[in-house]
Design a protein around this ligand. Sequence first.
Ligand code: TTP
Ligand code: MG
Length: 395
Amino acid sequence: MDKPHIIHVDMDAFFAAVEQRNHPEYRGKPVIVGGKPHTRGVVATASYEARAYGVRSGMSLWEAGNLCPHGIFVSGNHREYAMVSRQIMQILGSFTPQLEQVSIDEAFLDVSGCERLFGSAEDIGWAIKKRIRREVGLTASVGISVNKFLAKLASDLEKPNGFVVIRQEEIRGTLENLPVSRLWGVGEKTEKVLTNLGIRTIGMLAQIPVELLAAHLGPAMAEHLHRLSLGEDDRPVAPPDEIKSMGHETTFPKDVADPEVLKAALLSLCEQVARRLRKSGLQGRTVTLKIRDANFKTVTRNLTLSFYTNSGEIIYQAGLQLLAKIPLVGKSYRLIGISVCHLVEGDFYQPSLFDNGEEDKRRQLNEVLDRLKDRFGEQAVTRATLIKDPFQEYD
Ligand code: TTP
Ligand code: MG
């Protein structure tokens, strides 16, 4: 069973808390950062004392002035907030390099492998809170669980100054009665679609067949929500240099059992990735295939080439090798994706690959194809293998 190893840290009422730290006379009072009341503009954030009056981020200063006329309204000092943010991120980075900052006041840490140095994820979570309190003079909320979605949810459950761990066996119970709006990616529009279907809680959502959701939200969103409703999320904590990857994936409208269809979809994705690499002046070495079967089991396989490439053909050949390791017979798949990482800038010549002039021809062909697509759009030219549209038979 998966042990909680992902930590999400989110500062409480960040800008307002910095103001209260710097101005002791503001402490315990409603502080609203954004500007003077009853002026144009919006509230950046409000102290928890101001939230008691209903003041919220994004609300107009006009409305905030009405709700909380005795509040302390300040315009804020972004350079100061950025400095404090750097100080906090430095503390987090001292526990692990597996640190991904996601906004000015929040970050994920993957602490698997840190046990011998710092103890369990829970020990580390407490240590983080203590150090931020002592060294920065602010409170943070900490959430700990088995993946990013659950860790972020956890950090929000008992704000401010929260500390929540969601263990594997607690996932269902925790999600069951929460509103669907708690799910990452559910905005007002999606929430409305779900409400219209009578789905209000995450527990209810988890009971709905994904095909039914797909009919209303499209296959990719349906799948995303279905997985989240079960507490599943396979996004890795990605420090900045590992974020550098380029990929595409597709969710089929119906599960696909035919390997030829999978291969055709793969080729199309590889061509798209390669074209984006060329457009950005990048080449990559590591190719990752991701495939998800009808039971939502996701497998990723990767392969590192001995050279950098931006060729759809080569990425596709690598993708096929990876696909060959997956048992395709008698199974059906709902999603396939390909990505390339270990990216570098530049367009190196790859003479070692083809020494019979093929590489020159290939390069010229790619240049012509890119020019045509730039002028006439993505659909203008297609390789013969792609003409059999992998999605056609599902229309
Ligand atoms: P949040 O973490 O969303 O909010 P918060 O830290 O103020 O409060 P809490 O986490 O306890 O709920 O955002 C962090 C900072 O980003 C926030 O202090 C101010 C800024 N911000 C804006 O400027 N505009 C916004 O709409 C939001 C949501 C945040
Ligand atoms: Mg915050």
